[in-house]
Design a protein around this ligand. Structure first.
Ligand code: NOJ
Ligand code: CA
Length: 551
């Protein structure tokens, strides 16, 4: 029997387009579909297989588009449905698949359903979680759950009842026990599949179903939630009932050819729990966030890789590697400070590091090495826009410029995620470094003064730039790694993670001294210029077997 050829999504490199900050086609300072269409040649030239576009639906932007007012249309600031369809067609013509972002845990408070609920339309409140309060006159929230962004997860409305929002008050949680909610989302999936979209990233895929009765968390500390791995047993997350929803979604996807796929954003307590989302009749892939939380330590990297691969294998799913996204500190900055022994708690790191100056030169060196590790592993990889430019987190935004609801909801103690969402620098010309095609309007988040040197234009002409490293890596990945088989670790020292796949090797040195490289292999790609014979600290290489000398 011929070996089964893997489907594209089992080995794909997916580029995450944070639409608001990718490229601005009409010069109003906000990224849009026109800008994306202009930049498709850039994405094709990078060598990625697919894009995932963050939510582009009409939204009051209480949480940067994760508060959706209408799931079947396009946010006017981003364009029109016709433009969206043109983008999908043009991406396909360029060999790029298109994944959208579906937000099923909550709607916007401006969604027609929530407005109907507030207006007291019969039955409308059952689509959400409305409850009377506790205490005298119901002035206390119905339970002790806290919002991920800070403060209580409940807001009181004019008639005195409360509604649940695990995120911002503008993001009321849907009630997935309600049949109308279930039917509506299957219909929304079909709406976009009918328009040629190849799949969806599922926002908060471990949410949606809550423990019946919405009980208090058992211990008060657990009431405080975050976007990091949720703890086992919390009544709002990772409930067994959620899997039935995905069986329904999978049957919708299965009606389509070519294949339509799902990728889950599920911050659950272990890779075993995550694998449950990937059973053959559920979702195709799920982000394995331990990789994104790993400190710069070879032994942690090895353990994280082994655990992710083993858990995914139990359900026949490809492992899915991600170094950063629009919710966490950029990779360069994560690696620019002292490294803990254990997995990083992503929200907490912003506070932990206050006072320790980042060494971005070091962070960049490590981020480049990490990219080579990520792209050599089996399975699929996600690249967040700007990673290919080695952009750093912008940590000194003026407070007045901050947009992330985390800032206000935390009582101005957590600066939130704006620092990883700064508009991309395309060229060296201020203002906006080519982000906006016509200059004029200020970009929606201010760009730093020194980003000309990190722009696409500047990196294009530098053969050693991170952009050119990604281009080379994505090209070589196809021949060296894509179909190369299992990871076999090589025992070469505590501070080195080195593995072989299909005769090629990937080595990364997280220690502080040089490590000799094998003489019988040649360097196919190195994360730093000038690597020869030894692997310097904070560097990775791809090695291939030397050609046998001709007789
Ligand atoms: C996860 C998204 O990635 C994040 O940006 C958003 O704030 C929450 N889900 C709520 O939708
Ligand atoms: Ca625009």
């Amino acid at each position: 029997m011929a070996a089964e050829v893997p489907s594209w999504w089992q080995t794909a490199v997916v580029y995450q387009v944070y639409i608001r900050s990718f490229a601005d086609g009409n010069g109003d300072g906000i990224g849009d579909i026109a800008g994306m269409r202009d930049r498709l040649p850039y994405l094709a030239g990078l060598g990625i297989d697919a894009i995932w576009i963050n939510p582009w639906y009409p939204s009051p932007m209480a949480d940067a588009g994760y508060d959706v007012a209408d799931y079947r249309d396009i946010e006017p600031a981003y364009g029109t449905l016709d433009e969206a369809q043109a983008l999908v067609a043009e991406a396909h013509a360029a060999g790029i698949r298109v994944l959208l972002d579906i937000v099923p845990n909550h709607t916007s408070d401006q969604h027609a359903w929530f407005r109907a609920a507030l207006a007291g339309e019969p039955g409308a409140r059952q689509r959400y979680h409305f409850r009377p309060g506790r205490g005298e006159d119901g002035v206390q929230p119905p339970n002790n759950w806290q919002s991920v962004f800070g403060g209580p997860a409940w807001t009181r409305v004019a008639d005195g009842s409360w509604y649940l929002h695990l995120f911002a008050p503008g993001q009321p949680d849907l009630n997935w026990d309600n049949g109308e909610v279930r039917a509506e989302f299957e219909d929304i999936l079909a709406f976009w599949f009918d328009r040629g979209v190849d799949g969806f990233r599922i926002d908060v895929a471990h949410g949606m179903v809550k423990e019946p009765g919405l009980p208090d968390t058992r211990d008060a500390a657990e009431a405080v939630q975050s976007l990091v791995q949720s703890r086992a047993g919390h009544p709002a997350w990772d409930q067994d009932g959620v899997h039935e929803i995905y069986r329904g979604w999978r049957s919708v996807a299965n009606r389509y050819r070519p294949e339509r796929i799902f990728i889950a954003e599920a911050w659950v307590s272990s890779n075993e729990r995550l694998a449950r989302y990937l059973r053959p009749d559920e979702l195709h892939t799920a982000f394995q966030f331990d990789f994104l939380r790993a400190p710069w330590r070879a032994q942690v990297l090895r353990a994280v890789v082994d655990d992710a691969i083993a858990a995914a294998a139990t359900v026949g799913a490809p492992p899915t590697w991600v170094l950063s996204n629009h919710d966490v500190t950029r990779t360069v900055t994560r690696f620019a400070r002292s490294q803990p022994e254990h997995l990083i708690e992503t929200d907490w790191e912003r506070g932990r590091w206050a006072g320790e100056d980042p060494d971005h030169v070091l962070g960049r060196r490590r981020a480049r090495a990490a990219a080579l590790v990520q792209l050599a592993l089996p399975g699929t990889a996600y690249v967040y826009q700007g990673e290919e430019l080695a952009l750093e987190e912008i940590e000194d935004l003026p407070d007045a410029a901050r947009q992330d609801p985390t800032w206000a909801q935390s009582g101005f103690t957590d600066v939130g995620r704006d620092g990883c969402r700064i508009p991309l620098p395309w060229n060296e010309t201020e203002p906006s470094y080519g982000f906006a095609t016509e200059s004029g309007a200020a970009t929606w988040l201010p760009q730093p003064a020194h980003w000309a040197q990190h722009s696409v234009q500047a990196q294009d002409r530098d053969p050693d730039s991170t952009l050119n490293l990604y281009r080379a890596a994505l090209r070589l990945r196809r021949s060296l790694w894509r179909d190369a088989g299992d990871v076999k670790w090589l025992a070469v020292g505590a501070d080195v993670a080195a593995f072989e796949r299909g005769g090629s090797q990937c080595w990364v040195n997280t220690g502080d001294s040089d490590v000799p490289l094998p003489e019988v292999m040649s360097i196919a790609l190195a994360s730093a210029p000038g690597v020869r014979g030894v692997l310097p600290p904070d560097t990775a290489v791809w090695l291939r077997a030397d050609e046998a000398p001709s007789m």
